[in-house]
Design a protein around this ligand. Structure first.
Ligand code: NDP
Length: 323
């Protein structure tokens, strides 16, 4: 392990819309932010095609192109964007304390503030046909991609609140939605179940699993397995939405930062403050409910403002102590 060399005023971990927006604000406030991009520079949006719901792009924009624009904007004000994965952290519990962060299992840096924007990763079923057709009709975000299946027949997998919400969302746009639930009941709240069962063009199939996604370049259908009878059936669809949950990327913070029982970071009130001074969380890593690029960007802005105020308080306390 090499020795600690560098002291960073504002370290941003993660390069999705939350991280880049935090970087834009932090850089403009002279916090000289340094961002480590993680394994998937640009985050989840780089795996989608067209983004139609990010304000400011009347014609829509490619997910990867949007992320490049955000990076350029952050760099324009002096953000240092570095390829690298934060692999370990030693967070300080004291007000004004210095945090230590290890990058790529080799280099330790120090940070006065940290903004965590490591996001969450959508879970997939893991079938080879599903993986092959990601971006070709298989999506993990109905709100992002549902519009492309207007008037068509689609299917959604999952029985939780996300699946229920997205299924009803899709039903408004699509001709027919088939919801595949592996158990004989929905896990979603009663209110959401009520919405599902009262949506006419939404058919719920219980005890049903995806056996294979059909199609070479794009989704053309689905082979469904009834896990009670063993029967298989093919249906024609053009879009398959996977809504079986997300996993927040918080492994390295376990035992140091407060998380809920599903691993999402807990922030205080309407702020981005975690339980430790100088450590802030923005984007999907602390939000399992909205999970949109624009909401992530909004909390990225908040995190930079919170970090700026925190540093100002620490600095004014140091001045008082020095006098
Ligand atoms: P959940 O973990 O609640 O539900 C996941 C669903 O996917 C379950 O029905 C589960 O089935 C199913 N599933 C998991 N793995 C597989 C698999 N391999 N094959 C088939 N099905 C599978 O995740 P959600 O994303 O729905 O919700 C996460 C949290 O966010 C929850 O606490 C939820 O209440 C909350 N939320 C709240 C919203 C709101 O209040 N508006 C909106 C969205 C989410 P099984 O039941 O068999 O395990």
């Amino acid at each position: 392990m090499s020795e600690t060399r560098e002291r960073i005023k504002c370290l941003i971990i993660g390069s999705g819309p939350a991280g880049y927006t935090a970087a834009i604000y932090a850089a403009r406030a002279d916090l000289h932010p340094v961002m480590y991009t993680g394994m998937e520079p640009g985050g989840q949006l780089t795996t989608t095609t067209e983004v139609d719901n990010f304000p400011g792009y009347p014609e829509g924009i490619d997910g990867p192109a949007l992320m490049i624009d955000l990076q350029k904007q952050a760099e324009r004000f002096g953000t240092q964007v570095r390829m690298g994965m934060v692999t370990e952290v030693q967070l300080n519990k004291e007000q004004g304390g210095i945090h230590k962060v290890c990058v790529d299992n080799s280099t330790w840096v120090e940070a006065e503030t940290i903004i965590i924007s490591t996001g969450a990763t959508a879970k997939y079923l893991g079938l080879p046909s599903e993986q092959r057709l990601r971006g070709g009709g298989v999506s993990a975000c109905a709100v992002c991609d549902g519009f492309f299946y207007k008037g068509q027949d689609v299917a959604i997998v999952g029985g939780g609140d996300t699946a229920a919400e997205e299924a009803t969302y899709l039903a408004n746009i699509c001709n027919k939605v088939t919801m595949l639930v592996r158990k004989d009941e929905l896990r979603a709240s009663k209110a959401m179940q009520h919405r599902v069962f009262n949506t006419k063009n939404l058919e719920v199939r219980f005890n049903s699993e995806v056996d294979e996604v059909l199609g070479e370049q794009v989704v053309e259908g689905l082979r469904i397995l009834n896990n009670q009878t063993g029967e298989k059936e093919e249906i024609n669809i053009t879009g398959l939405f996977i809504a079986i949950g997300h996993k927040p990327n918080t492994e390295i913070f376990k035992g140091q930062l407060d998380m809920d029982n599903t691993g999402y970071l807990i922030t205080q009130g309407k702020s981005t403050k975690t339980n430790l001074p100088g450590v802030f969380a923005s984007g999907d890593v602390q939000d399992k409910e909205y999970r949109q690029a624009i909401t992530a960007a909004g909390t990225g802005c908040m995190a930079a403002l919170d970090a700026e105020r925190y540093l100002a308080t620490v600095e004014s306390n140091e001045e008082v102590t020095a006098k």
